[in-house]
Ligand binder design. Sequence first.
Ligand code: FHN
Length: 486
Amino acid sequence: MKKRTYITLFLFIGTFRVLMAQFPGAVEKRSSIALEHGAHRLGKRTDAQMEMWRNYGLGQFIHWGLYAIPGGHWNGKYYAGAAEWIRSWKEMPKDAYDHLYKQFNPKQFDAKAWAAQAKDMGARYVIITTKHHDGFCLWPSQYTDYTIAHSPYKKDALKEIVAAYDAVGIDVYLYFSIIDWHHKGYRSDVPKTPEEKQAYEDFKKFTANQLKELLSNYPSTKGLWFDGSWDKAWVEQAAFADSLEAELRAMRPGLIIGSRFRADEFGRRHFDSNGDLMGDYEQGWERKLPATIEDVHGNDWDCVMTVPENQWGYHSEWRGHVKTSTELIEMMAKSVSLDGNFVLNFGPDGQGAIRVEETKLAKEIGEWMKVNHEAIYDCGYADLEKQDWGYITRSRKSGKYYLIIFNTPVSGALRIKVASGAGIAKLYDLANKTTTYNPEEIHRSKVEGDEYFIYLKERLTEPKVIVLETNEKEQDSDVLYEKAKT
Ligand code: FHN
């Protein structure tokens, strides 16, 4: 390449990068090809239902099914994998697992107690496993006998759960696994023989029927949370899954479905072959968090998190690191500061009881939320420079900023850079609004006009929130929403 060509290319890339940096949410397109089964919408959904989802902040995940009975052990042996996967362990006879439903009789199951605990924790939505990979249905599906109706419990546990959470004002989302180890037609690999192909067609019909059944049996549910859609066989079903998704959306206007349901015609999942998100929010943040706002590409997203390292269903013996409530609160604050929701998983045992460790965490998170929920609910990305002491969120409704502090700086001073020319109007503790930080305590930096140092009154022993109101002109929520979009 000639020197001039190099310079032109260099300048072009430079200009492009500068533009991209100004619009961190913009997705760098890999290509622009005509897709029949790619994303059907560009950018965020802006309807009321989705806005409600975006503003939840905190959710609860529940994994509950037959795997809760062995609880990660079989014949006295410890299973080192995730408890809900025990059926796939060589030590666990498949047949033995498939008969566990005959023992499913959770005497301590109390949906109202679960809902009350979730409410106390501050959760605003719940995702409940209606059917995990084992294929066992927590509702009396008319399309299989492998359901709770055929267990000694007999009753529709899902109905009890939906009613209990509805009653306390927590929105319900239904988890549904595309993997179904129990269904004869289910395949993980692409079916090859005509018999296999026919069997897989039956499985697809069964899947569609069950999903429609769930939506009509539980009309108050707000969305579907899909899982297990990575199988090669399913990835090939772009056209089928796309039309099924359209049917489900038509059945329930406003229904929320994440990016883990279907692939495009080239097998791309989550993001289609043009780099656009398929579904209403990104569902790829499992047991991990984005580092910066650029990582979320301007999309809605949720982070689903386990308490131990990788256990979703009940495992009677947790090994490895078990997260503390402060760690979980920090993950929640980080999620909201990057425009996402944080969803914490619970795995009730075979009797339907929520384990002591989870109950303790729910209580501690709830105590923090009672004081500080304003910094989490209806909040999102603040568009202020990230600081080492913690996270900044901003209310999409009031425009207030929340400084969620996890580490007291050695100097005792929190650095904050407000929007250019905004200036600080009010600064006070969220826990005690009378604890204000008056102007003498704010030493405006001489170096840069909009940078402040806020001197904390004490070293923190637990995360605390300071509310910051600036002199920015009042903006209506639409404008704020646009800003948060990045
Ligand atoms: O295999 C499952 C796992 O058991 C669990 O249900 C999680 C929850 O998001 N999803 C799958 C792994 O990605």
